[in-house]
Design a protein around this ligand. Structure first.
Ligand SMILES: Nc1ncnc2c1ncn2[C@@H]1O[C@H](COP(=O)(O)OP(=O)(O)O)[C@@H](O)[C@H]1O
Ligand SMILES: [Mg+2]
Length: 148
């Protein structure tokens, strides 16, 4: 999968997350990149809603990762803010349950290589008019035939 979308508002970003989250399952790994304020957490909150997990999914201030259990008998969401992590070893130290949950890593570029054989990368860019350009790039077998 390789798609580019224009996302005009925060609500639309959340809706995109709901759409993505609705199709996720345990073992899925997503990496969100984009500058501060791009909308990574808004998208993550939508993903949590689509997955049906307990919220709120927000920017964790004191923890690097938070697990949101499912309210519908599905996969939990592990939401990671890797802003303060500087190496894959530090991410590894968190002992996250990659097999048993859907894992979304903000600022995760370069930190998750080799963790899973499939990764969905979401790159968000801010335009001056507040519209976000979003690129969805799936790699590995999991995303090969999925179109969001
Ligand atoms: N098109 C848009 N998509 C996403 N967020 C938007 C958009 N336009 C404005 N915003 C605002 O930008 C901010 C994004 O914040 P956040 O999701 O916390 O960013 P990040 O996690 O990438 O640092 C929110 O306050 C949101 O309301
Ligand atoms: Mg954030």
């Amino acid at each position: 999968m390789n798609r580019r979308l224009l996302v005009p508002t925060a609500d639309a970003m959340r809706d995109l997350g709901v759409r993505i989250g609705g199709g996720l399952r345990a073992g899925d790994l997503l990496v969100l990149t984009g500058p501060l304020g791009a909308g990574k957490t808004v998208l993550s909150a939508g993903i949590g809603e689509g997955l049906g997990v307990r919220g709120p999914v927000s920017s964790p201030t004191f923890v690097l990762a938070r697990t949101h259990p499912s309210l519908v008998g599905g996969a939990p969401l592990v939401h990671v803010d890797a802003y303060r992590l500087s190496s894959p070893a530090e991410l590894d130290d968190l002992d996250l349950d990659f097999e048993g949950s859907a894992v979304v890593v903000e600022w995760g570029a370069g930190l998750v290589d080799g963790i899973a054989d499939s990764v969905l990368e979401v790159r968000i860019e801010r335009r001056p008019d507040d519209v976000r350009e979003v690129e969805l790039r799936g790699s590995g077998p999991r995303w090969a035939s999925i179109d969001l």
